[in-house]
Design a protein around this ligand. Structure first.
Ligand code: HEM
Length: 476
């Protein structure tokens, strides 16, 4: 399809925003139970698109009472065109709304609001975002050697356990992500700290879980989850020991990066370390921990022989001497497209929010709506990324969707990073500072896999077999 242009000669007709928030208390309660329990987020939003005959409508989203002082009223924006208004920083403000109208206690981040909760109008946003992007840029020469070393350790461990049966990849992948992100983002080597080498990833998991649990839909053991996990925020002291250990690790091992934060970006030492920890733990570790399993699950479900095609491309472009480089990976069109398609169908951060800075008119593909200053927009990316007006066969995983000229044009509508894939993160927007690092790292992960193996057999969250390339005979 591509070449879709959102600007049209005749503006769409203005319509009242359909949907309602229901009766006080009862409306939010009914929506909360449907969202988290009876329907789940996807059906929840789909049913309301059908009922309202519109991809823009009013609804409530969790968290709601009893102990959340949050306003659950939002305007849902569920097509590519209306969703894209949230990238326009003249129209929306992003202060404290990373996970909705409620934010976890700042106790979890050293009693300060870290970058992801800051609006672009706050001076610290520019300092920290520039610091984050600079840190990645400086470490870019180390990405390939670091990734190769840490990945080889992961695969050696998995291979050594395979003779005893299928090996779950969840823990090895988390250990890999933790080590790789620590090295590339904080310049900190977990191997220098025995506790962190063994438990760093679990400490991160616990810190993330306790702050985010109230907002994550978990459709098992209901209504217990609703009553005990979604009714109140959790206190920081449950994970203070974990966070302090992680802080000590970054403070001790990441001295060079911390000192740059202080001297070049004029941040205090505490601001630097807490922000580094958030970027390393919440953004990178949290994001990759969702993305890599989605990537492997896409390989598992493929019935089109994609592994053979990926292997062929990787070995052709990398050359026979294990020549993985940033340049060779950027030439691997199918590998990159496979990563983009994984991000399209499984965006690791599913919900995005934006608060109207002023009254403005918001358009979907067929209508325009008047948004009032202060209203909260809420986009659910898994549906936005299946907008049939933008993506052909939107529900299907099409590995080569983003190849060729048409595929490249489609990247304008790939939004996993809170901005188009063709956009540039900067201090004046809220697009993910790691946008290119994420897609390159994930492409490198896939390329490394097909340099090392001819084929991998994945069942659920486990590897059950890996086939190594056969040694070449003398005549070959
Ligand atoms: C922001 C996704 C990895 C740094 C964001 C946002 C998303 C996102 C959706 C915007 C959230 C919002 O405001 O609504 C992801 C995913 C990742 C990932 C899915 C991995 C798979 C990284 C990495 C870095 C990073 C490796 C390292 C620098 C940031 C920062 C922000 C951000 C600093 C805040 C941007 C700002 O305040 O302007 N990320 N991210 N992210 N991300 Fe990432």
């Amino acid at each position: 399809m591509a070449n879709i242009n959102f600007t049209s000669s005749s503006p769409p007709p203005v319509r009242e925003i359909p949907g309602s928030y229901g009766l006080p208390l009862l409306g939010p309660l009914a929506d909360r139970l449907n969202y988290s329990w009876f329907q789940g987020p996807e059906t929840f939003f789909r049913k309301r698109i059908e009922k309202n005959q519109s991809t823009v409508f009013r609804t409530n989203v969790p968290p709601t009472f009893p102990l959340f002082f949050a306003n659950p009223n939002v305007v849902a924006v569920l097509d590519c065109k209306s969703f894209a208004h949230m990238f326009d920083m003249e129209l929306v403000e992003k202060k404290n709304i990373l996970v909705g109208d409620w934010m976890p206690s700042t106790r979890f981040t050293g009693d300060r609001r870290v970058c992801a909760y800051l609006d672009t109008s706050e001076p610290q946003h520019e300092q920290i975002k520039n610091f984050a992007m600079d840190t990645l840029k400086r470490s870019s020469t180390n990405w390939i050697p670091t990734l190769t070393t840490v990945l080889d350790t992961m695969w050696d461990t998995i291979e050594s356990q395979l003779p005893s049966g299928p090996v779950s990849y969840l823990v090895p992948i988390q250990k890999f992500i933790f080590a790789f992100s620590s090295l590339c983002i904080a310049g900190a080597d977990p191997a220098n700290s025995p506790d962190i080498a063994d438990n760093g990833y679990i400490r991160m998991d616990r810190w993330l879980a306790v702050q985010l649990l109230p907002t994550v839909p978990i459709n098992i053991l209901q209504p217990l989850v609703e009553i005990f996990l979604h009714s109140f925020p959790y206190p920081y002291f449950l994970v203070s020991r974990d966070y302090n250990k992680l802080y000590e690790f970054v403070e001790k091992e990441g001295k060079e990066v911390i000192s740059r934060g202080q001297t070049e970006f004029k941040l205090s030492k505490e601001d630097t370390v807490h922000n580094l920890l958030f970027i390393l733990g919440f953004n990178a570790f949290g994001g990759f921990s969702i993305l890599f399993p989605s990537l492997l699950s896409a390989l598992e479900s493929d019935k089109t022989g994609i592994q053979e095609k990926l292997r062929k491309e990787v070995r052709e472009k990398a050359g026979s001497e294990s020549g993985l480089s940033l340049r060779s990976v950027q030439e691997m069109d199918l590998v990159q497209s496979f990563v983009y398609e994984t991000l399209r169908l499984n965006p690791p951060v599913p919900l995005q929010y934006g608060r109207a800075r002023k009254d403005f008119e918001l358009s979907s593909h067929d209508s325009a709506f008047k948004i009032k200053e202060g209203e909260l927009l809420c986009g659910y990316q898994p549906l936005v990324m299946r907008d049939p007006k933008v993506f052909d066969d939107p529900e299907t995983f099409v590995p080569d969707r983003f190849t060729g000229q048409k595929g490249k044009e489609l990247l304008t509508y790939l939004y996993w990073s809170n901005g188009p894939q063709t956009g540039m993160p900067s201090a004046s927007n809220k697009q993910c500072a790691g946008k290119d690092f994420v897609t390159l790292t994930t492409s490198l992960f896939l390329a490394h896999l097909f340099m090392r193996y001819d084929f991998v057999t994945i069942t659920g969250a486990s590897f059950s077999a890996v086939e190594k390339p056969k040694p070449k005979s003398k005549n070959e």
